[in-house]
Ligand binder design. Structure first.
Ligand code: EPU
Length: 420
């Protein structure tokens, strides 16, 4: 197993190119199941989760040709409709094939994802919405068995809770349904917006893109032609490197980034003392020497993202005062706290609220990554910790950060990938 070894350096400086967004790429790859043609996708990140989804599609019979940052996916040869446990257990987002496969073939089986490190993460809302569209759902031997022999039918759906992959799944199912589906309380994340925009440009008319009420006008089973497109930049990767600049008090410039998608993150960094120079596609962070404490509540987009909570928690350990971070999306997303405490951080946890007394000098030690974003928080802490920080179990990190150690090394960090 690989681990990352991080040694503190005096300063970082330079440019980091942000990769395509993992959480946009996943639904967009699943969307190819709805296509009549071979789909060319550009600006994909090189992360394990993308390989996992492409492997899932290949197992189902699709042809996937992934080179550099581009993939060509041909699903005309896709004949299997069962996403098996061995793949789904490694990536919950495999559930994204349920909507499009069911819409295209009238049946689909997907292993139930089960719990995960950050919370239970049920998929009940995906299933309830598909049932409203006429699907029969049966759970048997750990599998979701869905059938819709007469096709899915448009209807009005109201999500009890906002769900990102749930929205993507239902939008894709509705794309081939008969009639129109109106989805209320839909997710508004940029990754969902891109999926809707591409479907809309491919002949599936969608009203309300970017709002909480989407109306998808289905094609009544007709597959669609999807033109080549480029995945939006990864706002969470960008936010993580902004935190790297802020925590090490070094100016960094991010390129291939979409500042518009980072509103809540930039606002919190500003509250903590940083300033920014932005262009349409770049952000330079000018960090302050004194990091101010902050109050953060994680919520759905456009509010502050749960996927940035761990990184800001690491940053708050260096603030000049007490920060409060409340996690509202996932019930168990504070696993990084005990690892940061082992590095000397002064953090107390009360349910879903962390209180961080900043200003402690962290010291490097062996720490364990517990989930994707927790991993990057430990890397950030390692950048300013005395001595050496060894971050183990970085397979979590590799699921979602493209060449993290290379990008950090290029701006002067001392980060090495080593073998246990
Ligand atoms: N929820 C339900 N029932 C459902 C679906 C969701 O109760 O049927 C609950 C979840 O348990 C959670 C909340 O609703 O409490 C929001 O979950 P959501 O479905 O939005 O999460 P997700 O779609 O599974 C995506 C990202 C996550 C990100 C969340 C929240 C992808 C592939 N994953 O997950 O990203 O944290 O939205 O923004 O897009 C990551 O990249 O590290 C990551 C975990």
């Amino acid at each position: 197993m690989d681990y990352l070894q991080i040694k503190r350096v005096n300063s970082l400086n330079g440019n980091i190119k942000i990769s395509g967004a993992k959480n946009a790429s996943l639904p967009l790859i699943a969307m190819t199941i709805l296509a009549n043609n071979s789909v060319h996708i550009k600006n994909l990140p090189h992360v394990a989760d993308i390989n996992t989804l492409l492997k899932l599609l290949s197992n189902l019979g699709a042809q996937c040709d992934f080179h550099d940052d581009r993939v060509v996916v041909d699903t005309s040869t896709l004949t299997q409709t069962k996403a098996t446990y061995d793949i789904v257990k490694t990536m919950r987002a495999s559930i994204l094939v349920l909507g499009p496969i069911l819409a295209r073939f009238g049946h689909c089986e997907v292993s139930l994802p089960g719990g995960c490190a950050i919370g239970q993460r049920p998929v009940d809302l995906h299933l309830k919405a598909l049932e409203q569209m006429g699907a029969k759902i049966n759970i048997e031997a750990g599998y979701i068995q869905a059938t819709a022999p007469d096709g899915l039918k448009g209807c009005d759906i109201n999500f009890d809770k906002i769900t990102v992959t749930g929205t993507a799944n239902i939008v894709m199912a509705a794309a081939l349904a008969s009639g129109s589906t109106t989805l209320s309380n839909a997710a508004r994340e940029p990754e969902v917006v891109q999926l809707c925009e591409i479907l809309n440009a491919s002949g599936v008319k969608i009203d309300g893109i970017g709002t909480a009420v989407l109306t998808i006008h289905g094609t009544n089973g007709k597959l669609i032609d999807i033109e080549e497109f480029s995945v939006i930049p990864d706002r969470i990767e960008a936010g993580t490197y902004l935190c790297a600049g802020a925590i090490s008090r070094c100016e960094l410039t991010l390129t291939n980034v979409e500042p518009k998608h980072l509103g809540a993150v930039l606002a919190k960094l500003e509250e903590m003392g940083s300033t920014f120079t932005t262009t349409k596609e770049s952000i330079t962070i000018h960090p302050s020497e004194v990091i101010k404490p902050v109050k953060i509540v994680t919520q759905e987009y456009p509010a502050f993202p749960t996927d940035m909570q761990a990184q800001f928690l690491a940053l708050a350990t260096q603030a000049n005062g007490t920060s409060i971070i409340e996690e509202r999306l996932f019930e168990n997303r504070f696993m990084h706290v005990s690892e940061l405490q082992r590095m000397g951080a002064d953090i107390s946890l009360n349910g879903n609220v962390a209180t961080i007394n900043g200003g402690t000098q962290l010291s490097g030690t062996d720490v364990m990554a517990t989930d994707l974003r927790a991993s990057s928080a430990l890397v950030l802490a390692g950048l300013v910790a005395n001595g050496t920080t060894d971050v183990h179990r970085i397979y979590h990190l590799d699921r979602g950060y493209d060449a993290l150690e290379k990008k950090l090394e290029a701006v002067g960090a001392n980060v090495k990938r080593l073998k246990e």
